[in-house]
Write a protein that binds this ligand. Structure first.
Ligand code: GDP
Ligand code: MN
Length: 379
């Protein structure tokens, strides 16, 4: 789950990382009011979850409250990379001497946290990494030891932070690491972290990604999710606790268990087809959940065939079959279903499907081959 800049900055501030003064506005009048309060030049920043807002016109520097109002009325109607701008962060403009990149993320290979710093901040860090990788410095954090001050000092030397700012940089690094750990993030990033002309460090931008699998530990974060950037099917799936990821193919897959879902996708590909999604209904799903999963898949116009692959353990095949029957009685569709059920209550399940004239398969290979053939038939 990705947080907006203003949300990230709230956390930064709670963890004593300096940020510019400012507030959120959703109307031009509010933007004007905030600019009056801040009493000086301000920056209007579109709160949309896309990278490179600066380059796409989402960051505007203005000199007066009147100008803030005018510019706000323009940006608030616009779209940035196709996402409508509904809110602006109005902040005091900061005089920048240098822009630094500073972030922390997971190094999956090492199983450690990587702290990344570069003196070439502000711009696209991926570009810096591609064109001049020697300008990016990294420190690996052992999760048992945490970030040590000597590591931050080393980074400060690497990116040539003036010596009189070392102490603030080390404190800031420590605080950012606390944000990183306490919120269970997979990424915290300050780009740019600036040195102001007044010789202070300040987080001018903020990006936090929370590990979705840790969200149960953070009920306070649940209402912070912005669903405007995800496929509507993904938000719907979350309501029913289904793991759903939309893909580009045309064969909808409904499977119980992530491992089986991966295997099912592999076998579809092996047979020359393309999965339209990854969907794990989890263990012990009841007919309601199966019906919800099918409704979600049927709402995706790219789906031309549906392959259901259930290995009944805790999940009961008859429950799944009832869910399928229920969906088909509610929604009229000419999308073909191929169903393979094995395991607990298989016989009952198959009887329900046979009564409903549904196409079944005995093995996964057979099911995948049929699904792929059907997906190619139906335009
Ligand atoms: P991003 O493009 O979405 O990453 O948005 P940022 O918040 O990082 O802003 C992009 C760029 O706008 C920064 O790198 C700065 O160069 C500039 N910028 C943002 N805020 C200010 C400010 O208060 N003063 C000045 N002078 N420039 C700013
Ligand atoms: Mn930025």
């Amino acid at each position: 789950m990705r947080l907006h800049e203003y949300q990230s900055k709230e956390f930064f501030s709670n963890f004593h990382i300096p940020i510019p003064r400012g507030r959120l506005a959703s109307t031009p009048e509010e933007a004007k009011l905030i600019a009056e309060e801040l009493n000086g030049p301000v920056v209007l920043k579109a709160q949309v979850l896309v990278g490179g807002r600066g380059k796409s016109g989402g960051i505007r520097l203005v000199k007066s409250p009147e100008e803030a109002k005018d510019e706000a009325s323009k940006i608030l109607g616009e779209r940035i990379k196709d996402i409508p701008v509904r809110r602006l962060l109005v902040e005091e403009a900061v005089n920048i001497q240098q822009e630094i990149y500073f972030g922390m993320t997971i190094d999956r290979k090492k199983g450690e946290t990587l702290v990344i710093a570069s003196a070439e901040g502000g711009v696209d860090i991926e570009e810096v990494a591609r064109l001049s990788p020697e300008k990016i410095f990294k420190e690996s954090i052992n999760p048992l030891l945490g970030l040590r001050d000597f590591q931050s000092r080393k980074l400060a030397t690497d990116i040539e932070i003036p010596r009189d700012l070392w102490r603030s940089f080390i404190t800031l690094a420590r605080n950012l690491y606390s944000v990183y750990c306490q919120l269970d993030t997979t990424l915290v990033e300050i780009n740019p972290l600036v040195i102001t002309t007044g010789k202070r460090l300040m987080a001018l931008d903020g990006k936090i990604i929370i590990d979705d699998n840790a969200l149960f530990r953070h009920p306070e974060l649940l209402d912070k999710r912005d669903t405007s950037i995800e496929a509507p099917q993904e938000s719907e799936a979350r309501k029913f606790c289904l793991s759903y990821i939309k893909l580009n193919g045309n064969i909808g897959c409904l499977v119980n268990g992530a491992g089986l879902a991966m295997a099912t996708m592999d076998i579809i590909k092996h047979n020359g087809g393309q999965p339209a999604n990854f969907l794990d209904i989890g263990g012990g799903a009841n007919s309601e959940k199966v019906a919800a999963a099918l409704r979600i898949m049927l709402s995706d116009p790219q789906v031309k065939t549906i392959l259901i692959n259930i290995f009944g353990g805790i999940t009961r095949c008859d429950e799944v079959a009832m869910g399928i029957r229920q969906t088909l009685s509610e929604i009229e569709t000419n999308i073909p279903f191929i169903i393979r059920l094995v395991g607990t209550n298989e016989t009952e399940g198959k009887r329900i499907l046979a009564d409903a004239n549904l196409l079944t398969a005995d093995t996964l290979h057979e099911a995948a081959a049929k699904a792929v053939a059907l997906s190619k038939e139906s335009r």
